[in-house]
Design a protein around this ligand. Structure first.
Ligand SMILES: [Zn+2]
Length: 521
């Protein structure tokens, strides 16, 4: 209490100081020539410059439109390569670009932002190498026994509830606003609560503070389900968590983003819920992702995709859900499969999945252009990605205070179709089963040591959560080993020699462990 009031007093003094400094600065500025040019320079100094990559012909179109409407939309093009332009822009110019992209092409993003010119050029080089036809797995549809019960469990009301929370509890989920961090925490907590009781699932933040892209406070959220048979093969299902107001509301302007993209996050959240409810254990590792900062140029997903590529993570497929809950009046198609900057074999698999599991849905093809959503970040890094979209005609209210659930008649019926696509993709690409009778097993081993010397014939015991105990004795060099230890369980290891009792170790077994040593200090 005391500390708080001192802190308040101090912050008030700093506040007063700051106000008077600003006043002095304004007076000085006012006395100097206050041309538009110098103001612009000031703005540039105060905002982080970023390098934007954008489709050259789309940029030309936007610049022509801007000239016609007499707006001041001057962008500094620093490089052109292979049909892509690199622009040096500050935050205001980036927003101008995104507003125009949205107005002219009805895109969610439509460009990619980079922290350095080098990164921007590297991105262009990557995109020229990306292969849209590579087939890295054999696609099969043979896991109905797992998928059908999960699809039977998906509920519109749950999706609606998540959309409602995300679009009404946070005035904006913008990447650089405190409420955009609050919403990231909400998603992480929600996913962790759904995964409670499953020790093969972890939920964590992916922070965006260190990469070559502009740093910001909103973290991405990643939920990982460890694969039972092929843990090194990774299936990704993602959507973006941030929202934005591009209709003059500024940084703090109302941005409910109910369709864009609370609907995608809600579709994924319901997928996680039914996966846990049906105790589905994927053979391949599955990662659900809520990307930060998509709206300012796919910044969150680019950082993650680049990180995964540099670590050599074997991602075998990516599904993007961005805008799943608006079906325009009179629309014939339920789902539009994005055919550009995606993978053709996986798109064909997606069409087959829809035909098999939701045969009444009408599927069409569409394109969405350069950098239109997070799938493009993965595609750019050479990964297999697909993007099923809410229709040929998208929601006209996105990026405004009107992007609310009311635009979808207050229900999540359309988004439910996308949850079922995600469930089918999960069950048929990651494979796996809801009836695990024998878990994968591994070896646990280590030494019992006094200093550097192994202790012979020490008794080591391994007990599981149910209290079942196995014991073994160390060999003359102090080594012990347990085979056939089921993964996904928590065990307590005890060691005792003739003379000493060692500190027990609690181990969450997810893989073979060879260094479970007991030391006598
Ligand atoms: Zn979006």
């Amino acid at each position: 209490m005391t500390r708080l009031s001192i802190f308040r007093k101090l912050s008030f003094q700093y506040f007063a100081l700051a106000i008077s400094s600003i006043a002095v600065a304004l007076i000085i500025l006012g006395s100097i020539k206050s041309s538009a040019e110098s103001n612009k320079d000031l703005q540039n100094l105060n905002s982080d410059i970023r390098w934007i990559t954008v489709d050259e012909s789309e940029l030309n179109h936007i610049q022509n439109v801007s000239e016609n409407t007499n707006s001041h939309f001057n962008l500094k093009i620093v490089e052109k390569r292979g049909g892509i332009s690199v622009i040096e822009a500050d935050e205001e110019q980036t927003l101008d670009l995104s507003r125009n992209m949205h107005e002219e092409f009805h895109k969610c993003a439509g460009f990619m932002a980079h922290g350095t010119l080098e990164a921007a050029l590297h991105s262009i080089e990557n995109s020229s190498l990306a292969d849209s036809t590579q087939r890295i797995v054999e696609y099969t549809i043979n896991n109905q026994v797992s998928v059908n019960p999960m699809i039977a469990e998906t509920r519109e009301a749950n999706i609606r509830e998540t959309i409602t929370r995300l679009s009404t509890d946070f005035p904006t989920r913008r990447y650089n606003q405190p409420t955009g961090v609050d919403s990231a925490n909400w998603i992480k907590n929600r996913w962790a609560a759904l995964a409670a009781g499953r020790n093969d699932i972890t939920v964590e933040f992916f922070n965006h503070t260190y990469s070559s892209l502009p740093a910001f406070s909103q973290p991405s959220v990643i939920l990982t389900v460890r694969g039972t048979n092929f843990p090194d093969e990774v299936v990704v299902l993602g959507g973006h968590q941030d929202s934005i107001n591009r209709v003059g509301g500024g940084q703090t302007g109302s941005a409910p983003g109910a369709d864009d993209d609370a609907s995608g996050i809600a579709s994924l959240t319901e997928t996680i819920r039914v996966m846990v409810a049906k105790n589905f254990r994927p053979q391949r590792t599955v990662k659900f992702m809520a990307y930060a900062a998509e709206e300012i140029g796919l910044v969150g997903s680019q950082a993650i995709a680049a990180n995964f590529k540099s670590r050599g993570v074997n991602v075998i497929g990516v599904l993007q859900l961005d805008m799943t809950n608006y079906q325009s009046p009179g629309a014939i198609a339920d789902i539009a499969i994005t055919t550009d900057l995606t993978n053709a074999p996986q798109n064909a698999f997606l069409r087959n999945l829809i035909a098999f599991y939701q045969p009444t849905l009408v599927v069409a093809d569409d394109t969405c252009g350069y950098g239109c959503s997070d799938h493009a970040a993965w595609h750019n890094e050479g990964f297999v990605a697909s993007f099923p979209f809410e229709g040929i005609n998208s929601n006209p209210t996105i990026h405004s205070p009107s992007d609310t659930l009311a635009q979808s008649n207050g229900n999540a019926n359309h988004a439910l179709k996308f949850t079922n696509i995600a469930v089918a993709y999960l069950g048929e690409l990651a494979k796996g089963s809801s009836n695990i009778t024998t878990a994968a097993s591994v070896k646990l081993s280590g030494r019992v040591l006094e200093g550097r010397r192994g202790i012979s014939r020490a008794r080591v015991s391994l007990s599981d959560a149910s209290g079942a105990i196995r014991t073994t004795l160390t060999n003359p060099s102090g080594y012990y080993q347990f085979t056939d230890v089921a993964v996904g369980e928590i065990y307590t290891l005890d060691a005792q020699s003739k003379r000493y009792k060692f500190t027990p170790q609690v181990v969450n077994v997810t893989e073979e462990l060879i260094d479970l040593n007991f030391y006598l200090h």
